[in-house]
Every structure is written in C-alpha cells, then in structure tokens.
Write a protein that binds this ligand. Structure first.
Ligand SMILES: Cc1cc2nc3c(=O)[nH]c(=O)nc-3n(C[C@H](O)[C@H](O)[C@H](O)COP(=O)(O)OP(=O)(O)OC[C@H]3O[C@@H](n4cnc5c(N)ncnc54)[C@H](O)[C@@H]3O)c2cc1C
Length: 403
C-alpha cells in the first residue's frame, strides 16, 4: 500500500490551495486525487462578468495547479475515491489503496435535481452541465433555451449564454414542490433575487435588485410584476410564471408554463414556449459522502448536511480536515481561502507547533475577507450558518470535556 503524509481529496480551489500551502512550508509528501480529467474542480467551468471584465475560472484553475506542482505536490486526475476507512486508508477506482497521516476532504458541492414532467428528454440539462459545455468544451447546448430556477447560478448562466449568442427564451420559476409542501410565495423569490444584486451585469440593475432587500419591497414588486415578465438588462425574467412541463420526443420541442398567483400557485391556461434546450437549476448541496466517520450536522443556512468542524476547519476526527463547499456553499475565492487556512494549520501540526500562530490568525481573517468580497452569495444566511456551526462546535467540545 502506498503511504504519503497528506492526501487531499478534490483538486478544486480549496484542495489545490491546501496542498500548496502544506508543501510550501516544508518537505512533506502531498498527494491530491481528483476524479475530474484535469485539476481545477468547478472553477474550470466558471466565467462571469466583473464590471467590464470577465472572471475566467479556467485561467485561475491553471495558476492554482501550477503553484501546487511547483511546490512539489503530486496531482493525480481521473482518480475517484470510493471509500475512506479509519486510519485514513483510501480506496481508489482501479483498486489501489493509499494511507495518509492527514486527510483534507475538499469534494465541493453537487446539484439538486429539479424533476418535472419531461426532464429526461435529451436537451434538458443541469446548469453545471451547461456551464461545462459552454466554457470547457465550447459546445452550444441549443439555439433557443429556457432556464428554470432563480438562483445565482441560473442568473450567471444567462449572461454566459448571451455571450455565446444563444437566444434565452426566459428565466422561469420551477414548478411548485410536491403536493405535501407549500408553493413558494413570489415575494420570497423577489427577496432572493435582491440577495443576488452583486451578480447584476450593470450598476442600474444591481441597484434595482438591491432595492428588493428593503423590508416590504419584495411584496410590492411581486404584486405589480407583470405576468408577461420583464426584460432587465437583457435578461427575460418571468418571475410570475412557472414551468409545468417539457415536451418533445428525441429532442426538446417546447416548455409549458403557467402564471402563478400571489400564493405561488399555478393558475390559468398553459402557455407553450418553443425552445430546443432547457437548463434546470435546483440549487447546490455540500458533497459530504466520504465523511461518514466524522459527525455530520444539518445546517440549512450552509446548504444542508455538513461535517461538524471548528474554526480551523478541523473535524471531530483528529487529522481529518475539510475545506471549500463541503463546509457550506460559497464562491470559489472563499473555497481557495479556506484551503489556504487548512494548509497553514496542517503545516504547523506537522512542524510540531502547539499554539495557534499569527499565520493561522491571518489565514482565518483572509477567509472572512474573501467572503465579504465574494461576487456570488449562494446562501443568503451564510453568516448565520457559520455562527450556528461555531455554536455546535463549542457544544461538541464542552460535551467532550464533560465526558
Ligand atoms: C454545478 C456547479 C456550478 C457552480 N458554479 C459556480 C460559479 O459560477 N461561480 C462560483 O463562484 N461558484 C460556483 N460553484 C460553486 C463552486 O463549487 C465553488 O465556486 C468552488 O469551485 C468550490 O471549490 P471546492 O474546492 O470546494 O470544490 P470544487 O471546485 O467543486 O472541487 C471539488 C473537486 O472534488 C472532486 N471530487 C469530488 N468527489 C470526489 C471523489 N469521491 N473522488 C475524487 N474526486 C472527487 C471533484 O471532481 C472536484 O474536482 C458551482 C458549483 C457547482 C456544483
């Protein structure tokens, strides 16, 4: 069995930064394994506007990977981790086992499914797949496309689709959830839209979106928003109209939509909108399935179930750390800063430092700074989520002391 000092699972911004900062601190064998074809994680597919510039995730990914390799990190792509057993023994695709003294789990996030009638027809794609087709493979998903779901990813993809000259028929609400849960009120959708103001392609739209966060404003706008939708800065937003089905045989032919009333219920006659592709965006959740040996807690403000972790991203299993979207859904620069923090902490442990150094305190401050400057806020209550995690961690430590 191969043995290394540190294994990092996931070569996204979190994993690559963690690996670099450990390897740069001293002679440590650091191995990064990732199931993807090249390092970079979700960063490789990201492309969005920042003022008059574009943020090109692929370039950022390449420079993070270059830094890691220069520091002596071994990156193995195309390697999926199937299991993680006690004593940090990893089982990899192909049958190999690797043992490590420290482990960093930086497996990122996954998309929630948006199942609606017709969602299995070829041409219906998840938003992450559309991003990868456009920005990595340079393949157009269709000529006229409908986007279903209102969140940071669906709005950023509209900008990317427009840049690729694809006609966006509209951004629509998803159908109401199952019959056992209440439909989402349009005012809640507008409040969420307000939280995305930093994503707006121009300052005017950003200010208009920000105004939705003023108490009571979302309710007013939801009442007066025309059911025919509005085109804002080129984005055809149908925030009072939900998609109830997708039609087609071998290819997508059209979507069927209905107006929603102020309670969020579909009402009136169906409208048919011709499209040849559909992009579904149901939100993200932390990908924590390799962490079954540490405590998991449910914190909806972070995106769902996440490994319990402390301020240095340590889990309740000594030697096991987490970084990036597995700790809560945030943007790439926050993941990178978290990776830097974990790397700094592990490097000091390996060097035998007992006390928290100035470097760790600075790395923690950098995470906060990255959070404050993030262009996308996926979880509007992220700060409350982080506070909740801190309380849960303190409870856990005090139970340990009492036991
Ligand atoms: C579909 C999608 C679209 C996104 N779009 C944006 C966006 O436009 N802008 C933005 O700021 N953020 C976006 N995000 C959030 C994004 O996850 C963060 O920006 C950032 O990439 C998170 O970094 P990370 O290192 O935590 O995870 P990732 O970048 O997701 O990297 C995790 C890596 O772990 C690997 N991995 C997972 N499980 C295993 C396993 N079992 N074995 C081996 N390797 C494994 C994956 O292959 C992946 O390369 C998106 C997320 C998703 C899921």
């Amino acid at each position: 069995m191969r043995t290394v000092d540190v294994v990092v699972i996931g070569a996204g911004p979190a994993g690559l930064s963690a690996a670099s900062s450990i390897a740069e601190a001293g002679p440590t064998q650091v191995l990064v394994v990732d199931e993807g074809p090249a390092p970079g994680g979700r960063l490789r597919s990201q492309l969005y506007r920042r003022g008059s510039d574009w943020y090109i995730g692929a370039e950022r990914a390449a420079s993070l990977a270059q830094r890691a390799r220069r520091a002596g990190v071994i990156i193995e792509s195309g390697r999926q981790v199937w299991s993680l057993d006690p004593g940090f023994v990893l089982g990899l695709s192909g049958g190999e086992s690797i043992r490590a003294d420290y482990i960093v789990i930086a497996t990122g996030a996954a998309e929630k499914t948006l199942g609606l009638p017709g969602w299995t027809i070829p041409g219906v794609l998840a938003v992450g797949a559309v991003q990868t087709m456009l920005n990595v493979n340079r393949v157009l998903p269709g000529e006229r496309l409908a986007v279903v779901g209102i969140d940071p990813l669906s709005l950023s993809i509209v900008d990317e689709l427009a840049a690729a000259d694809i006609d966006v028929a509209g951004v629509f609400l998803p159908p109401p959830p199952g019959k056992f849960s209440a439909p989402e009120q349009p005012s809640a959708v507008f409040t969420r839209l307000g939280g995305l103001h930093r994503l707006a392609p121009n300052r005017l739209l950003g200010l208009a979106m920000k105004a939705l966060t003023i108490p009571g404003m979302a309710e007013v706008v939801a009442r007066i928003w025309p059911s025919t939708g509005i085109r804002m800065a080129g984005m055809p937003l149908h925030l009072r109209e939900c998609v109830v089905g997708i039609d087609g045989d071998d290819d997508v032919r059209s979507i069927r939509t209905k107006r929603v009333n102020t309670n969020g219920e579909p009402v009136g006659r169906e409208r048919v909108v011709p499209v040849d592709a559909v992009c579904l965006s149901g939100g993200l959740y932390p990908l924590q399935d390799l962490t079954r040996d540490c405590l998991l807690v449910d914190v909806p403000e972070l995106g769902g179930q996440v490994p319990l972790h402390g301020p240095n991203l340590e889990t309740d299993t000594a030697g096991m750390f987490v970084a990036g979207n597995i700790t809560g859904i945030e943007s790439a620069e926050v993941a990178r800063a978290q990776g830097e923090l974990v790397g700094t902490v592990i490097a000091e442990k390996i060097a035998g430092h007992e006390h928290q150094s100035e470097a760790v305190i600075t790395a923690r401050a950098d995470v906060e700074e990255a959070r404050a400057a993030a262009p996308l806020t996926f979880m509007p209550e992220i700060h409350a989520g982080r506070r909740r995690m801190h309380e849960l961690w303190c409870d856990h430590l005090s139970q340990d002391v009492r036991a």
